[in-house]
Design a binder for this molecule. Structure first.
Ligand SMILES: Nc1ncnc2c1ncn2[C@@H]1O[C@H](COP(=O)(O)OP(=O)(O)OP(=O)(O)O)[C@@H](O)[C@H]1O
Length: 598
């Protein structure tokens, strides 16, 4: 990163990237301290990690085309970002303005403004219509305006307004009507914006031409394109039909570009004669847009909204000579499910939003990079519907080269640190990581602002030293100083690595100890359980008395049978067998013949 006022433009750079800081307050923000500081007079912003992280994280510096600090007015932003694109559209080149940022960081505020201030959209329409003035093509000749609009449904603002209103009147239930009208009344500021006045601004027109302005609005919701000016869906959003983004079947006679750019087919295009008509169209379209309250923002946009302002140029006889569009895109905010406390449908929306923004981030990151062969890196803008809509609107089709798109990154200096830094990392045109020379202990001992400003001073010293036109000796001295500086940083980094390693080791040891303890407890409990079960198994159940009597009786019976058998055997062997009172020994079983056996 060089110390120029703006980061060096890259040949591959497609988007100019501006950073806008929104005024933060402890009520509206999530961080307790500021972590973003814009360097006065420079196009860099410094990100200082919150205290609890500063021990391990370096300070980052991001470069942008320009930074608008908290005090910047809507008009300041408009002059720098939209005016060149508006002039470009008048001159026949398409252009895109988009806002990117964490939810609640001020994207919609920038694009549509508030009760007190016009947004970029109202200012662009105001300047456009007041510049065209009476050089508007005859509004009764809608047929000539419609000459090449085979892919669109064209109507004038009066017809559109009538259709929208009659759709509301015909509403089957008051509930839908209420929803739509209450949504519109909450957006009342769109058509009744106050300051700032842009009467002193104008774009240069071709003095021999007449002009016509067509307005269309669509949203990309869950990766599908829906017309926001479709009156048939006023009452029932579920009847919405998704539109296709495709190459048109015919192109205008004046369009000599080799590759015709894709268009959203079947889109309603409303011809507005003046600023007030344009604002009414805008209000209707905005009321149809998906927005829901989330924890992070009470009116969070849940879709990416595209406003297309098509400027057509005609000869005094009414022949179309050219045309180009300015696209103003309000991107839905990236969010963390945990912070936004979303669930169900809201969570699915958030998933789709985050995926498309991730893809956009990749494209933005690659636009500033050069591939190995020295050529600009290929930007994969066709890989998501969002990037295809954004990039093909800006970079294909008719018209020459030059600056065609601007991205305003919005950020809250006291918002979500991680989410904001992530967006800055991929959207910034340049990035530098710096390990502060002051030790982490010194920094954490200072107040936040003094830590940040001392680091800013230090970085400024390092930066300015590189731009001096030194003699060789001075150059050598400077290189030695830089080497020492690098060595010091290296030692510092090594020290921090050792600290982290030590910390990780301690954490791992603690966890192992804990696990071992859990295992030990489990092992002892298991053993005790086994022993308890063993005791239960060995324990004899007391015999039942009836069972015991039966057992003894059967033993008794067996013994009786045995005794009887023995007696018979003994009688059979006796010498006095058959002769009672004979000679010899008296029989041992004498007298037992009549023995009763029980
Ligand atoms: N520069 C600013 N000046 C004053 N108020 C601002 C500014 N930026 C944002 N705000 C206020 O902060 C609130 C949130 O802003 P906004 O709705 O524009 O956020 P967002 O980025 O569009 O959010 P989401 O992505 O959820 O739609 C609004 O009340 C808005 O008025």
């Amino acid at each position: 990163m060089e110390n120029t006022k703006s980061p060096p433009p890259s040949t591959a750079q497609l988007f100019q990237v501006f950073l806008r800081l929104r005024p933060s307050s402890p009520q509206s923000s999530v961080s307790e301290t500021r972590f973003l500081t814009a360097a006065p007079g420079q196009n860099f912003v410094y990100v200082t990690p919150p205290q609890e992280r500063s021990r391990f994280r370096a300070i980052e510096r991001f470069g942008f085309t320009r930074i608008f600090d908290e005090l910047s007015e809507q008009k300041d932003v408009f002059v720098e970002t939209v005016m060149p694109l508006l002039q470009q559209a008048i001159n026949g080149r398409d252009g895109t303005l988009a806002t990117l940022g964490v939810t609640g960081s001020g994207k919609t505020h920038t694009i549509l403004g508030s009760k007190d201030q016009k947004g970029m959209t109202q200012m662009a329409l105001d300047v456009l219509f007041s510049s065209i003035g009476d050089r508007m093509v005859d509004h009764n000749r809608v047929d000539i305006i419609a000459s090449d609009h085979t892919e669109a449904i064209l109507m004038d603002a009066v017809t559109f307004h009538e259709r929208m209103n009659s759709a509301l009147v015909k509403t089957p239930t008051a509930r839908f009507q209420d929803r739509h009208t209450s949504k519109r009344s909450s957006l009342a500021h769109i058509s009744t914006p106050k300051a700032p006045d842009v009467g002193d601004l104008w774009v240069d027109l071709d003095s021999k031409s007449k002009y016509a302005v067509l307005i269309s609005m669509y949203e990309l919701y869950n990766d599908r394109i829906f017309d926001l000016l479709d009156d048939s869906i006023v009452n029932n959003q579920n009847r919405r039909k998704a539109l296709i983004f495709k190459k048109p079947s015919t192109t205008a006679a004046w369009d000599t570009s080799k590759e015709s750019k894709k268009v959203v087919s079947g889109l309603r295009k409303v011809y507005a004669k003046n600023f007030q008509e344009a604002l009414q169209i805008l209000e209707h379209g905005q009321a149809s847009r998906r927005a829901s309250p989330t924890h992070s923002n009470s009116v969070s946009s849940r879709s990416h909204a595209f406003l297309q302002v098509e400027v057509k140029r005609f000869s005094p006889r009414g022949n179309e000579k050219g045309g180009a569009s300015l696209h103003i895109v309000d991107l839905a905010g990236s969010e963390r499910a945990r912070t936004a406390k979303t669930a169900g449908e809201r969570l699915a929306e958030a998933g789709s939003i985050n995926r498309s923004l991730m893809c956009l981030g990749q494209c933005l990151q690659l636009q500033t990079q050069v591939s190995d062969n020295g050529k600009p890196a290929v930007v994969p803008w066709r890989q998501s519907k969002l990037t295809e809509l954004l990039f093909s609107n800006s970079f294909s089709g008719a018209g020459g080269g030059g600056q065609r798109a601007s991205m305003i990154v919005t950020a809250d200096a006291m918002g979500d640190f991680n989410a904001t830094t992530q967006i800055l990392r991929y959207s910034a045109l340049a990035r530098e990581v710096t390990v502060p020379r002051a030790s982490s202990r010194q920094i954490s001992g200072m107040s936040d602002s003094s830590a940040a400003s001392s680091t800013l001073e230090e970085l400024a010293v390092i930066s300015t030293s590189t731009t001096q036109d030194d003699s060789k000796d001075a150059l050598i001295a400077r290189l030695i100083a830089q080497l020492e500086e690098t060595e010091a940083r290296w030692r510092d980094a090594e020290e921090r690595c050792l600290t982290i390693e030590q910390q990780v080791r301690e954490e791992v040891a603690d966890e192992m100890e804990e696990r071992l303890e859990e295992w030990r407890e489990g092992y002892v409990d298991g053993k005790l359980e086994i022993l308890r079960k063993g005791i239960e198994i060995r324990e004899d159940t007391p015999p039942d008395a009836a069972e015991r009597i039966q057992e003894l009786e059967s033993d008794n019976e067996a013994l009786r049978r045995e005794l009887l058998a023995l007696r018979r055997e003994a009688l059979g062997r006796s010498p006095s067998k058959g002769r009672s009172g004979g000679r010899g020994f008296p029989s041992p079983l004498k007298g037992m013949e009549n023995l009763e056996i029980y």
